[in-house]
Design a protein around this ligand. Sequence first.
Ligand SMILES: [Zn+2]
Length: 167
Amino acid sequence: MDDDEDIHCPSCYARDFVKNGKVRKMQRFRCRPCGLNFVNDPKHRWPPSSKMLNLVLLQTGNQPEEIAEAARADRWLLEAKEHHPWFIRALAEHALVTVDQDKETMETALTRAWELYAFVTNRNPEHFYDSLASTLYLDMFKIGDTRFREELMEWLAAHSSSPNDSD
Ligand SMILES: [Zn+2]
């Protein structure tokens, strides 16, 4: 079982919550940022970055040995291809880490996020850019600090068309 610190809101992934009664003997929480009431359902225990790491391992040929784990990884891959919110969040977090910890530019952070997308889904991200970019950039904006937001806004202003057109 994961630790309590892995509990997060299934809607916005915030870890900022208060206890809010019990449902069917399970602790219920209320998310402070978005107000959602949720129970700590085991299927929500995996943070987006952990799911993403598992998909990266899957693509490098590390198929889980346990059947249940393999089935879970397959389900996550399907969700990734459907651009599920946890997958968007994992891409956004990846970009944030690239800027904050690796001290890279926003350009590099976004390139790496799209490379991660391509690697995990085995797809050409250009075909999905229009449907995904605005959602991804909005999520990055949500989780970034002020400086990160400013850099993102600057980059977006300088690249108002899709990367396909800018060459
Ligand atoms: Zn929330």
